[in-house]
Design a protein around this ligand. Sequence first.
Ligand SMILES: [Zn+2]
Length: 80
Amino acid sequence: MLIGGRSRKQLRRATMQKTIAVTMEDYTYATESYMGWCTECQEFTRGETEGDAENYDCPKCEQNTVMGAEQALLLGEITF
Ligand SMILES: [Zn+2]
């Protein structure tokens, strides 16, 4: 489980190099209110998303491309 998740993350990091800059305020707000980051829309689109969530559905583009704010930062999807 852990190993599979790790290799999946490395694959994603290798294929998706685009990192979106967000403000510290946006990130803090997102983590506190459990907002999910959509890698497709490149913004916080989803509520009720745990910080370490992955592959959640996006209410905007309707793809499973939402991850938790902490996870997005960890994987380099967003930065400050
Ligand atoms: Zn989306």
